[in-house]
Design a binder for this molecule. Structure first.
Ligand code: PEP
Ligand code: MG
Length: 755
């Protein structure tokens, strides 16, 4: 029975020497396999590397026929080696040839060997190859031998990943690490981005693998684990972590993992085998990821993510690295790839370097997506598996229109997209030329095209897009990206900057619209709501917390001193709520005038039409306000009873189908009858075809993401509104339902209207 000649620590030491010597890559590999064989008293040691075409190629061997190197090949899943690679699990067999997956490769001459131990070569959970030892005698390899081989495989993974073996590949054949990969996700924000991957939570690359002093490494691990546990306890004890809820559940899971005996034992074992503490964390994590990658149970996958986060935290502790260090050297064309991220985190990236955002999770209406859209960057969401396949710096193409992502794209795809980008640039040129022209239709009808905003980053777009003003300023975004409630002065400062940037163009500030899906981490609702969209949110919440509302109103009144001010209330259900809000606003006006503050020259109060109950109070509503704005996102979700954030139902019904257009037309007609200005500020306003439907039923003012203004204006300038209105009136009057989308498509085609 064979045994370790000198033990894994000596083996690692020898490998380190080979890495330092100025050897040709093939010589280095040959030395390494020979050394492993000698050390493990194995007659054979072979390394197979996974190529981009899914073939495992023999790259080096001690013991098998040397002529088989670079010629012996197995496909993923084929033979023992292919099975190890596809399952990412080790195989330890006393009689390999009796294993059902055994495939005989005559060129290798391996028929005389019986026992077989093979491990996957892993990096960040991806399989890059397979490392095998074989012996003639029938034996089962011991646990410590398996551990030693896995540790050695880690060194080889580093060699493969760092591109060390690239020039050993035959011309035209790429290693798997460089394999192009495409992903289908969902469109969250339109546009195309070409650039390089920036992993939002970069895997920390451990380059210091070998330890001199095991005892010192164990102490480092213990210290780091101690601080990790303390930091989790600290997070748990902070008052803003509610006593229940998802955030707490995640932290509790972290705490459990950080104390997990099995995890700690595996880390210690890896250090005893000669790795540094950080290399041990990486090894254990990589093994775990590879084994769990194939699990589809969402609960387990979620826990895997938790474990990943924890391992990353531990690595940061060990390497004394802060996330900011990584931020310093982003490429100039960064496409951020993240599992999920907060809106504030996106704002930490320099805007001028951002070309796009790719999320594994997320929903169209998640905060980070709203912010990304406001910044005009393309976003693809629900792109499953992209994080583990991407490496920092990989070339990447993001097609926000389609929701697709191409990682390490091939030249043809790159060329096709470069063409698409050029085409878009030409269109942008056209929009820019329209920027200073009024939005007037072919038959002379004038439209007001406003933009939606909510953050300082939006303001330059007011000028660039040629918007007539800000139709919806979502004040809650400032609250959502902050760590605590923004103080009164901070609110006032932002509003003042907005008004100044608008240079006399109108701005409509919406009062705080929090609750529902817009949660503030530092302000949690004590009761768990079963239906948060129908719950304690927006005007309901602010009327119950008048202090919050009055602080905000006062900040607006002060910021607009000497200028016109427009305020709009979200989620109004009952006209009474408008009167109650007006009462509070008037109190603030009185308060400020008592202290001789400069007041706005005019104050207009409006309400958003988002709750269907208002449809049966339209005349009273018109009398109670100075203007209305239809929040079509919410109104549609309530009219259709279809959750706007739930991918299963969000796109089930068409907002420009007959029933919803009838609802919208009714609102416009009531506004006209009451001489009340009306606008619409949901996503419907921002696509040329849906905006065209709105024009056709009587809207003359709409507010949208700034990037949409150009395309919508281009549509309007080619439109005969009178003709379209007649077509729409006719369609909406029909008892047999017309497909409005096709109708508009045909209309646009006949009249050469760009959609
Ligand atoms: C809407 O509901 O249409 C709207 C504009 O408000 P928000 O999207 O912020 O809820
Ligand atoms: Mg809304």
């Amino acid at each position: 029975m064979s045994d370790f000649a000198v033990g894994p620590r000596v083996l690692l030491k020898r490998l380190r020497e080979f890495m330092a010597e100025p050897l040709e890559p093939q010589d280095r590999l040959d030395h390494i396999v020979r050394e492993i064989a000698r050390n493990m008293v194995a007659e054979v040691c072979s390394l197979y590397v996974l190529r981009a075409d899914g073939v495992l190629e023999l790259y080096a061997t001690e013991g098998l026929n040397p002529g088989a190197v670079h010629t012996a090949q197995l496909r993923l899943g084929q033979g023992l080696v292919g099975t190890i690679a596809s399952s990412a699990r080790a195989l330890n067999l006393a009689d390999a040839q009796r294993h059902p997956a055994f495939t005989y490769l005559p060129e290798t001459g391996e028929e005389i060997y019986n026992s077989f131990l093979g491990v996957p070569v892993l990096r960040a959970g991806r399989t890059l190859g397979v490392l095998v030892v074989q012996n003639r005698t029938q034996r089962i390899y011991r646990e410590d031998e398996l551990e030693a081989l896995e540790t050695t495989a880690m060194v080889l993974a580093e060699m493969i990943a760092s591109g060390n073996l690239a020039n050993l590949a035959r011309p035209g054949i790429e290693l798997d690490l460089r394999r192009p990969a495409s992903f289908e996700g969902a469109c969250f924000s339109e546009g195309v981005g070409l650039g390089h991957v920036v992993l939002h939570e970069p895997r920390i690359v451990v380059t210091n693998l070998f330890a001199e002093d095991t005892a010192a490494e164990i102490r480092r691990l213990e210290t780091a684990l101690g601080s990790l546990r303390l930091s989790i306890d600290d997070m748990l004890s902070r008052s803003e972590v509610a006593s229940e809820g998802e955030h707490r559940a995640v932290l509790e899971a972290y705490r459990m993992f950080a104390h997990d005996r099995g995890w700690v034992r595996r880390l210690e074992e890896a250090i005893h085998n000669g790795l540094t503490a950080e290399a041990a964390v990486e090894k254990v994590q990589s093994d775990m990821r590879a084994r769990m990658m194939h699990v589809s149970d969402p609960y387990i996958r979620e826990r895997l993510n938790d474990f990943d986060d924890l391992a990353n935290r531990l690595l940061r502790q060990l390497m004394g690295r802060s996330p900011e260090d990584a931020a310093a050297d982003h490429p100039r064309d960064a496409i951020i790839v993240a599992r999920s991220m907060g809106a504030a985190e996106l704002l930490d990236y320099p805007r001028e370097k951002l070309r796009g955002l790719v999320l594994e999770d997320g929903a169209v209406t998640s905060h980070v997506v709203i912010v990304a859209r406001a910044m005009g960057i393309p976003v693809a969401g629900q792109v499953k598996g992209v994080v583990s396949m991407a490496e920092n710096g990989d070339p990447i193409i993001l097609d926000g229109d389609e929701g697709t992502v191409h990682l390490r794209p091939q030249a043809e795809i790159e060329a096709a997209y470069a063409e698409k980008v050029r085409f878009r640039a030409r269109r942008q040129e056209l929009y820019r030329s329209l920027r200073d022209q009024p939005a007037v239709s072919k038959d002379g009808v004038r439209f007001e095209l406003l933009m939606n905003g909510g953050l300082l980053v939006d303001l330059p777009q007011l000028e660039d897009s040629g918007a007539a003003g800000i139709g919806l300023f979502r004040t809650e975004l400032q609250f959502m990206v902050a760590a605590t409630f923004p103080r009164a002065e901070e609110q006032e400062r932002l509003y003042r900057q907005v008004i100044e940037a608008a240079r006399g163009k109108p701005v409509t500030f919406r009062s705080l619209d929090i609750g529902g899906d817009k949660v503030l981490p530092y302000f949690s609702n004590a009761t768990v709501e079963e239906n948060p969209a129908l719950g304690w949110r927006a005007i309901r919440l602010t009327l119950d917390r008048p202090g919050l509302f009055r602080t905000q109103i006062r900040a607006m009144l002060k910021a607009a001193g000497g200028k016109a001010l427009k305020i709009m209330l979200p989620m109004v259900t009952d006209v009474e709520e408008i009167r109650a809000a007006r009462e509070l606003i008037n109190r603030e006006v009185r308060h400020l005038s008592k202290f001789a503050h400069l007041l706005p020259t005019s104050l207009k109060l409006g309400a958003m039409v988002e709750v269907p109950a208002l449809l049966w109070q339209l005349p009273e509503l018109m009398r109670a306000v100075d203007f209305i704005s239809v929040g079509s996102n919410d109104l549609f979700q309530f009219v259709m009873a279809a959750d706007r954030g739930n991918a299963l139902v969000a796109e089930r019904f068409d907002p420009i189908s007959v029933p919803f257009l009838r609802v919208l037309r009714q609102i416009v007609q009531a506004a006209e009858a009451g001489h009340t200005p009306v606008t619409l500020c949901g996503e419907l306003a921002g696509r040329p075809v849906t905006a065209m439907a709105l024009c056709g039923i009587g809207f003359r003012s709409i507010s949208m993401a700034p990037a949409a203004i150009g395309p919508v204006k281009a549509m309007i300038t080619e439109l005969d509104v009178d003709k379209l209105s007649r077509v729409m009136d006719d369609a909406l009057a029909q008892p047999n339902r017309t497909d409005i989308r096709s109708l508009l498509g045909a209309f646009a085609e006949t009249h050469t209207i760009p959609l």
